[in-house]
Design a protein. Structure first.
Length: 634
């Protein structure tokens, strides 16, 4: 992305500099003129004083010559002027105005009897000369007059060299000032450019940041509004980037972001803009012609990210979820366009990540609904709207009730019963599952203690654990605390974790399960068969039981694949010393098949739906009859 100048600053800067220089030049000019004027006045004063001294000397020395009308003596007196180069001509006049003696330097004109005004004022200046007249008195009697004419040539010569010097100093200062200002402008400009860079570029990837993204997107939108066309916006969020940061450290996380940015750049066309707008979030703006190509670009990006990244000797696989929105198709302004792309991105994440989703209006409604559900769920815990139902698990060999799965129920005062499949994902995404899970564990332990008092011993209760809970550092503390608080033996608590959750962070989960197993707590793998499904891998975890997912049980007997999968899971689990629970058993045909395949425990509507706690006692006293299978086999 090209960097843009900070709002018109270079032009304004140039004019300001020129104006400042002009002001400085004007000030220097005024100062120079004043200095020259001052110097001129000083030189004039010096000339007056000099001529005055000469006139005084001549007048004092020519008194006798005037008394005796001695023109020779007067001429000799005037000869002292040879030593005063500024004096061009001089004359001594009698009181009657007759010239007694005169002095001339070179070609200078002879002085004449001065007018009365000059005699009165003492001196007068012409363009190139100064005339001076001094009366000669004796005992208070006026006997004659000395008149001098001094040339201003020397004054002007000195003044010119002085003015030249001053001008040179002024011009030198101006030039130095200009150079200084120009240098400062360069420094300021490079500082501005650096600030602009910092404000617009993400330092880790070198890509434009969120600020620049907003600028570029609004520019692209205004172009569409003016000239037509479309803008496509792709919001890309790396899946599980946090795990890389947490396990390999932030420097590796930063390196991965850099490598991802490089790969994204490689699959972009020159007109496309790619920005890093958050921790692991990138945005791609497709302008005009490419605006509607979002889906195609997203496919290209997902394919480009498929090969592993080399991060400090680790080979890391990264996937991304991408949401796409187009203007003017999905939105007419920047906010809606961004929000819609975000909505689509979350939808892609919800679809199981490593996917992209184009925005469509129903998505928005879904998001609004989800948001309002989240707000209600926050209040549900404090208002006591959550409760636990318990679904019986029956042993096939003797039809005995051996366990109960605790299942959350939310009874909302207006919306009625809300299914866990609807609110558990919301609780997961918002993090609310942590306090809700803590409540569930305590409620289940409290209930176990109550049943024990009512004589219902030997029955374990399974509690479901979510992905978020397994990452909660206080989980072990909470579980052990709840067991102790209600005096429940750890062997009676079973925790259900799906294989997908286990595989998300193998090392941490192996540690977690081992820690809890040493306390005596049992573990079941929930929804087995829908995720990773590797028995060998799962064997790394201290598991006691496998629960075959409902989807495999649904179509048996009849569906050959499901029959084969169910039978294989049971056989493999048994060889590994694990017991097997079949989920979602709804009829006797399924029951018969599973019994024949050797399944240990059954859970499903065929025996009982999840029950409120008070009904559990009733059921334990009258357990369901588990029929013999033969007549139901296909
Ligand atoms: P799950 O752990 O696999 O629980 C079994 C689900 O299958 C329950 O749905 C149960 O009512 C349902 N089910 C049992 N037998 C049958 C049957 O014969 N037919 C059919 N169609 N369904 C049957 P429920 O109670 O709606 O819970 C759904 C999911 O919500 C649970 O699946 C579990 O993943 C989650 N969940 C429920 N309670 C909790 C909880 O306390 N914590 C967490 N983290 N998740 C929970
Ligand atoms: Mg379960
Ligand atoms: Mg299940």
């Amino acid at each position: 992305m090209k960097s843009q100048p900070i709002s018109g600053s270079p032009r304004i800067g140039r004019w300001t500099t020129l104006a400042n220089l002009a002001t400085a030049a004007a000030a220097l000019l005024v100062a120079t003129i004043l200095l020259i004027l001052f110097q001129y006045l000083s030189l004039r004063r010096a000339l007056i004083e000099d001529a005055g001294v000469q006139a005084r000397i001549i007048s004092e020395n020519s008194t006798a010559a005037l008394m005796f009308n001695d023109s020779r003596a007067s001429s000799e007196t005037l000869a002292v002027l040879d030593a005063a180069p500024a004096i061009q001509a001089a004359g001594i006049f009698t009181a009657q105005g007759q010239l007694l003696a005169s002095y001339r330097r070179g070609e200078a004109a002879q002085v004449a009897m001065p007018p009365a005004s000059l005699i009165e004022s003492g001196y007068a200046f012409g363009v190139d000369h100064m005339d001076m007249a001094r009366r000669i008195d004796l005992d208070g009697r006026h006997i004659g007059l000395v008149v001098l004419r001094a040339s201003l040539g020397q004054v002007y010569t000195r003044l010119a060299s002085y003015a030249g010097l001053i001008l040179m100093i002024a011009l030198g200062s101006l030039a130095a000032g200009y150079l200084l200002v120009a240098r400062m402008r360069r420094v300021v400009k490079s500082a501005e450019a650096h600030l602009h860079y910092l404000a617009h570029i993400d330092p880790i990837t070198g890509l434009p940041n969120r600020h620049a993204f907003n600028e570029r997107l609004s520019l692209a939108i205004s172009k569409v509004n003016q000239f037509g066309g479309s803008v496509g916006l792709l919001l890309l969020d790396l899946d599980n980037f946090k795990i890389v940061n947490d396990t390999l450290g932030h420097p590796s996380g930063d390196l991965l972001l850099k490598l991802v940015a490089q790969r994204l750049l490689e699959c972009m066309r020159s007109g496309d803009v790619i920005c890093r707008i958050g921790g692991d979030e990138f945005a791609i703006i497709l302008e005009s012609g490419a605006g509607r190509n979002g889906g195609w670009v997203a496919e290209k990006i997902l394919a480009a990210l498929a090969s592993p990244f080399d991060v400090n000797v680790h080979e890391i696989y990264v996937t991304a979820s991408i949401g796409i929105s187009t203007l003017p198709h999905d939105a007419v302004d920047l906010e809606t366009l961004t929000r819609n792309a975000d909505t689509a991105m979350y939808q892609a994440k919800g679809k199981g990540k490593n996917a992209f989703e184009m925005f469509h209006p129903e998505l928005d409604q879904r998001v609004q609904k989800r948001l309002s559900l989240e707000t209600k769920l926050r209040k549900a815990l404090e208002r006591g709207e959550l409760m636990l139902y318990y679904q019986p698990q029956v042993r096939l060999s003797d039809g005995k009730l051996v366990g109960l799965e605790a299942l959350l129920r939310w009874n909302h005062p207006e919306l009625g019963m809300i299914s866990p499949s609807e609110f558990i994902p919301v609780a997961e995404d918002s993090g609310l599952i942590v306090p809700i899970g803590r409540w569930t564990l305590r409620a289940a332990c409290r209930q176990m203690a109550a049943w024990q008092q009512a004589g219902l011993c030997d029955i374990h209760v399974s509690v479901n654990l979510s992905a978020r809970q397994t990452r909660d550092p206080l989980l072990v503390h909470d579980i052990i605390g709840a067991l102790r608080e209600f005096g429940v033996s750890p062997g009676q608590l079973e925790l259900e974790i799906t294989e997908t959750v286990l595989m998300e962070n193998v090392h941490a989960n192996v540690d977690l399960l081992n820690r809890l197993q040493t306390e005596g707590i049992r573990f079941s793998i929930d929804d087995f068969g829908t995720g990773y499904s590797s028995m060998a891998y799962l064997k790394r975890f201290p598991i006691d039981q496998v629960k075959i997912d409902r989807t495999f049980v649904r179509d048996i007997p009849g569906d050959r694949d499901d029959e084969a999968i169910t039978t294989a899971i049971i056989a493999m689990a048994h060889r590994l010393g694990l017991s097997v629970v079949a989920e979602g058993v709804e009829n006797e045909r399924q029951l018969a098949f599973l019994r024949l395949a050797g399944c240990d425990i059954m859970q499903g509507f065929h025996f009982s739906e999840p029950l409120p706690p008070e009904k559990v006692i009733e059921m334990a006293r009258n357990p369901p009859v588990v029929l013999e299978p033969a007549s139901f086999l296909p």
